[in-house]
Design a protein around this ligand. Sequence first.
Ligand code: ADP
Length: 644
Amino acid sequence: MWLKRSAGLNTGYGQRLWPVFALLTAVVVLPTAGVLWFMNQAMQNEQFAVRQRLMEAYRAQLQSAAGRVRSEWSKKLARITEEQKRARAPEAFAELVRAGVLYSAHFYEKGNLKYPDPAALPDVTAEPGTALWLEARRLEYEKNDPRSAGEVYRRIIIQSSGDRESALAFLAQARCLNKSGRPQQAVELLLRTFGGDRYLKTTDPQGRLIHPNALLFALELMKEPSHPLFRKNAALLAGRLNDYRAPVLPSGQRRFLMQRLQGLWPECPSFPTQAAEEMAAAYKSESADRLRQGQLQPGSLKDVWAYQTQDKSLVALFKKDQLLEFMRAAVEADGSIPGIRFSVLAPGISRPAFLAEDIGDTLPSWRLALDLDEPDPFESATNQKITAYVWTGILMTVGIVFLSILIAVYLRRQVRLTRLKNDLIANVSHELKTPLASMRLLVDTLRDGHCQDSQLLQEYLQMISKENARLSSLIEEFLTFSRMERNKAKFDKSVLRTDEIVHAAMEAIGERLQAPGCHLDLDLAPQLPGVVGDRDALVTVLVNLLDNALKYSGDEKNIRLRGFASDGRVCLEVQDNGIGFPRGAAKKIFDRFYQVDRTLSRRTGGCGLGLSIVKFIVDAHDGSITAKSQPGKGSTFTVQLPAA
Ligand code: ADP
């Protein structure tokens, strides 16, 4: 006969294997998870240790950079001291400013400000008070007679007692020439008089040099910046303003002349010391008293820092930007280090940094910060490693779990087969024992000659035959089942007529359907489609269902066999009015050896394999089977097969 492999018959045996399977999984997963956890811990420890080492290395870098700043600062201070020793205050001032060593400075001598000169100078030059001077000024200012005044100034020049008086008189005479409408002559007089070296060192009573003032006056009168004579003299004056050698221009006069010259001459070159002079003038010298020596401190001007030397001979002034630039340059003196950035934090600036360090005592509150180019390169590298390890771990775990599933499936199959074998042996011996025992009893009775009555003899022989038939049917079922389990069942499929299968099955059941009290109602739809399948196997399906309907009905058996088509399928329905079975049993009745009431099997002769064989065949034909029942009212089994 037909029949094939197990086809997923639910025996319920596998369920007891789940603990084994779960244990197997746990045995695999728990150690793997443990290993992963340990691996992660170890990685974190390693990360921490390397991080510490890295921090130390970074700190060393930072300290070395701070050392470079301190060293450059000391060099700067040494340069200042050296310059103080080498030159006089104004020259030292100009030199240090031009070299960018400091932005500006106050020079002191014995506690007094020496440069820039402390006294604020009046704008107007004071002239001598002799009789002639008084007369000249009266004519010039009160009489408004510049010509006569000019004459008097000329007489003063002739009688003058020294360079100062004659220089002042020349200036006044030029002024009068201008006032009397002869500016050209005034310019000529000024250039002729002050063109030579005679008045280069001459100062007015307030200490101002007369010569540069005379040059400025001449330029003011010329009013033609493009004129070669103007340019020549303007350049001469500019050169004088950049010159800090003796005779030194008082700083107030120098600043005034710088501003005036810039106003007159559009091409005026910039004065490198001008900003320094402005700052020195603006910086309040008395605040120097409050400064601590040998330390950079905030000055009295905004964003200006002051440093007073230990001997109080100098207060060096620095702009904040200049200091930041100087420190940055010092930090990068040895070249930049890949991956890290240094930045200088001025006092009062605080921002989060990877590492920060005070620069030193001479630069209190100035800090140096170290930042990493990447947020935390080590952490990201470690994280990458950890991720790689974790993924490897996960893949390994998945692999192990997969292998363990394969092993579990294999084990499950083996255990199931073993159980099946045991069950089969137990069931078979049990089921065979009863008919064999009955037959033996009957044969023994006959052999002993106790039975003389021929009617009784017939009865006995019929019983033996019945037991024999039962034995054959049981063995047939076992063999079918055995083939099914060993995947030996083969189906010989062809297109079949459904009504032909139905009639073959009814024929196989034979007389039992004609027995008294038994009614079979056959209801086949006209033009019922055929099916593709194995004839014998499909007949067996109906035989088993009809057999059960007979077995599990009382004396009054009403069996209905219907055949109809629905949704492209052929349905065969066997309905009885038998004992039925509870709802919970509907699924289990297709399991091997399952019987709702085992005590019944003695009487009915079943062994719980019929429906499992039916389901196996139906499944192998791509069909389905359902069972509905109400205990005490009957059952309905419906087989659905694809129409041919
Ligand atoms: P058996 O050889 O015991 O009949 P089956 O596999 O054919 O084995 O059926 C399994 C069990 O299902 C039966 O023992 C019976 O309890 C129940 N059963 C099957 N068919 C019917 C039916 N038509 N009415 C009531 N119970 C049934």
